[in-house]
Design a protein around this ligand. Structure first.
Ligand code: UDP
Length: 422
């Protein structure tokens, strides 16, 4: 690695604060991604500043994570929770505040890596007035999301335009799976430079605890067949499909089933409403006894939950990557996932888990049954998953790939003037 090229990087994640305690507040894959990528890049020698929006006056403005990596919270609009679809209006203030921050500190960032379309707009605005290179990761594509949504929000056109512009003008766009790259090409634009670099997971954290020990720790029956869901409460996550699938498995003979549905929710917010809807279905299907909602879990707690389960189910309608699948695999637990997006890349059918068509509870039920009724098959898939994650999806490996992408971009920039003068 050439340390001469290790410079300052701004990782921008306007709505996904990398410094919030994951599992303790609303957090999804983007928070996890930015935090881990930032810290791992810091270890490689980059000076990483992660910019996010301040949502609470009690939050610290600067959080130091490691020697080379910190989160900087900037004001944009009221210092309060703002729904994602309304954040676009306050972005000009966010841009101004990054410009002021750079001015006050006497430097500009040669490289800006933005996350989600809102941040890409910030990156493109900054690029207009300073000499920075831009890398972008979508985390979710409007073109995919709106195809599956009946009620398209007002912001949709703006989002689609911004997503097209960033693909066509950024120095590089990072797709987290070959499937996401294909969607970008088919649905966003045929122009622009895409590199596939996956998301990662903490292979030290997940996978160090045995199933029996984890069950003892969590007070779970050693003989039960444990099925787990981990993630946000959002209709597109397909939790209803899982609940119905488990019910079907019970009806067709699988006994002593335990369903764990882990994830946070806030009463009155969209996730709270989805959780109420899921609980209602659980009650209607008579599954109250066998279902537990442990709520939001920290990454440390999650390592025991994943390890305790016989199978982890990811029933999303769409998933650009899906961190939960690789976290479960790292824990030695097979995954039954929807046959969509990044899950087709992470989960290898018959090797690390099984795939089923999204929203198809009968197929999910069959796949779950195959694993929980054949413990040898379960262990074989579990081992396969662990090996796949170790070889392909560690954060350190991901950061090394990003790091060489940045170096490539920065070096090609410094070469340009030399070429002109020849
Ligand atoms: N997560 C967590 N605690 C919970 C539920 C989820 O820490 O109670 C984490 C989970 O471990 C994963 C992330 O939230 O790292 C969800 O990422 P994923 O890519 O699966 O879904 P997204 O939220 O991005 O749609």
């Amino acid at each position: 690695m050439n340390s001469r090229t290790k410079q300052r990087i701004a990782l921008i994640s306007v709505h996904g604060d990398p410094a919030i305690e994951i599992g303790k507040e609303e957090a999804g894959g983007q928070n996890v991604y930015v935090r881990h990528v930032g810290e791992a890049l810091g270890h490689l020698g980059w000076q990483v500043d992660m910019f996010t929006r301040k949502v609470n006056t009690k939050q610290e403005t600067i959080v130091e994570h490691t020697q080379n990596c910190r989160t900087i919270r900037l004001k944009a609009g009221s210092v309060d929770f703002v729904p994602r679809d309304d954040i676009f209006d306050v972005l000009p203030e966010f841009v101004e505040n990054i410009e002021d921050f750079q001015r006050d500190n006497g430097f500009t960032y040669p490289l800006i890596h933005t996350n989600y379309w809102l941040s890409s707009w910030v990156g493109m605005e900054l690029k207009k007035s300073q000499d920075s290179r831009l890398v972008h990761t979508y985390h979710s594509l409007g073109a995919v999301k709106y195809k599956a949504t009946r009620k398209v929000p007002l912001i949709a056109n703006t989002r689609l335009q911004v997503e097209k512009e960033v693909l066509e003008t950024a120095n590089r766009v990072v797709a987290t799976s070959p499937q996401e790259e294909q969607h970008m090409r088919e649905l966003v634009s045929s122009q622009g430079n895409i590199d596939v670099i996956p998301c990662g997971t903490d292979i030290q954290r997940f996978g160090h605890i045995e199933r029996q020990v984890a069950r003892k720790e969590l007070g779970l029956d050693q003989e039960a067949r444990v099925v787990i869901y981990v993630g946000r409460f959002d209709r597109r996550k397909g939790i209803e499909t899982l609940v119905r699938a488990v019910r079907e498995s019970q009806m067709y003979g699988s006994s002593n089933l335990k369903l764990l549905i882990a994830g946070g929710s806030r009463p009155g917010h969209s996730d709270g409403i989805e959780r109420d809807r899921i609980e209602k279905i659980v009650n209607e299907l008579g599954m109250r006894e066998c279902t537990t909602f442990p709520g939001r879990l920290s990454q440390e707690e999650l390592s025991s939950y994943y390890a305790a389960a016989d199978v982890c189910v990811v029933p999303s309608h769409y998933e650009p990557f899906g961190l939960v699948a690789i976290e479960a695999m790292a824990s030695g637990t097979p995954v039954v996932a929807s046959d969509v997006g990044g899950l087709q890349f992470t989960v290898v059918p018959e090797e690390t888990g099984l795939l089923a068509p999204p929203k198809d509870s009968a197929s999910f039920s069959k796949a779950i049954d195959r694993i929980i009724t054949d413990l040898q098959f379960r262990d074989q898939l579990g081992q396969g998953g662990k090996e796949r994650v170790k070889n392909k999806f560690s954060w350190d490996g991901v950061a090394i790939q990003l790091s060489s992408l940045y170096e490539d971009i920065l070096q090609s920039v410094t070469k340009e003037p030399a070429l002109i003068s020849q």
